[in-house]
Design a protein around this ligand. Structure first.
Ligand code: PEP
Ligand code: MN
Length: 346
């Protein structure tokens, strides 16, 4: 249920409503809007009508049901677009297109620092790199694990770029949080509910990738798992779904972007690297993602894709990435979006 408070409510009135929601067995989440405060009361669907009685409390304007099964993620509860801060300078969900770039896997100090410097120069404002890799085969490179995190941190210190890296196991949250500015949940873990709940209790922004077989509703329900535990800093990433098509690695569902933006206040970015599986398709689909209204992009870049430990075929070389970024800046501006490079930060 959504409890809409009157325009002028005292802190005591708000507190009474919060206490009553808890007494009724529901969890209140306060959302402060520019004009008024609303409270999302979430919990079991059964018996939720008892929350209607909150209308009798002072300060409450009305109580309305949330129609979607995802509650805190929905535009019903929060109409204004959420803007998530990766750092004080890098905000996702606002006017500016944010480009996250870097290798699929962190492989060596030289590789990650060279890539970080190149993507920064080209205009990316967040560095990506996997240290714990979810591989289809147990015999494939599994990532450098903590050593990879240490190298990622070095690249962050050298370039000043904030970093995002994948987490697969709830037990690794403390370790990865020491190094990363944002934690990525990969496609294969989108319904790892133990992981999602644990991330809901942590303070870092979470980049949640759509699973290769999750519907939009299931995707938003996964986001809801994180939000319902108290972490409202979730960014969604469309990365392609599995269809009958085999010419591309996945089918990049760009219609998901405007659809998600209609249904949720959470920022939405697009990963055209995994979405297509081929470097030649990355630039065209990046332009298309911006045209579809994405808040940002995540792109794999590797200095020597032919020697990459993972996903070389879909990785752009730094010069190709730089050329794409030059065109993307003009494209984004023509689409009415803002564009800032790390060099523009104060
Ligand atoms: C990745 O970003 O390297 C990755 C493994 O992506 P996905 O989970 O989308 O396959
Ligand atoms: Mn990859």
């Amino acid at each position: 249920m959504i409890i809409v408070m009157k325009a002028k409510t005292t802190p005591e009135e708000l507190q009474e409503v919060l206490d009553t929601i808890k007494e009724l067995g529901y969890q209140p989440h306060v959302i402060y809007g520019t004009e008024r405060t609303v409270i999302g009361a979430v919990g079991s669907e059964r018996g939720k009508d008892k929350l209607l009685a909150l209308e009798t409390l002072p300060g409450v304007e009305k109580v309305v049901p949330i129609l979607q099964p995802y509650k805190l993620a929905s535009r019903e509860v929060k109409q204004s677009q959420s803007i998530i801060s990766i750092t004080d300078e890098v905000l996702i969900g606002g006017d500016e297109i944010v480009v996250i770039a870097g290798p699929c896997s962190i492989e060596s100090e030289q590789q990650i620092i060279e890539t970080a410097a190149a993507v920064k120069k080209a205009g990316a404002t967040v560095l990506r790199g996997g240290a714990f890799k979810p591989r289809t085969s147990p015999y494939s490179f599994q990532g450098l694990e903590e050593e990879g995190l240490i190298l990622l941190d070095k690249a962050r210190q050298v370039t000043g770029l904030p970093v995002v890296t994948e987490i697969m196991n709830p037990g690794d949250i403390d370790l990865i949080s020491q190094y990363a500015d944002m934690l990525q949940v990969g496609a294969r873990n989108v319904q790892n509910f133990a992981l999602l709940k644990a991330l809901g209790k942590c303070k870092k922004p979470v980049l949640l990738k759509r699973g290769m077989m999750t519907t939009i509703e299931e995707f938003l329900m996964s986001a809801e798992y994180i939000l319902s535990e108290g972490n409202m800093q979730v960014i969604l990433c469309e990365r392609g779904i599995r269809t009958f098509e085999t010419a591309t690695r996945n089918t990049l569902d760009l219609s998901a972007v405007p659809l998600l933006k209609e249904r949720t206040h959470l920022p939405v970015i697009v990963d055209p690297s995994h979405g297509t599986g081929h470097w030649k398709l990355v630039a065209p689909m990046s332009f298309a993602a911006v045209a579809a209204g994405a808040d940002g992009l995540m792109i794999e870049v590797h200095p020597h894709p032919d020697h990459a430990q993972s996903d070389g075929i879909q990785s752009l070389k730094p010069d190709k990435f730089s050329e794409m970024m030059r065109r993307l800046e003009q494209f984004a501006k023509a689409a009415g979006r803002g564009w800032r490079r790390a060099a523009d930060f104060a």
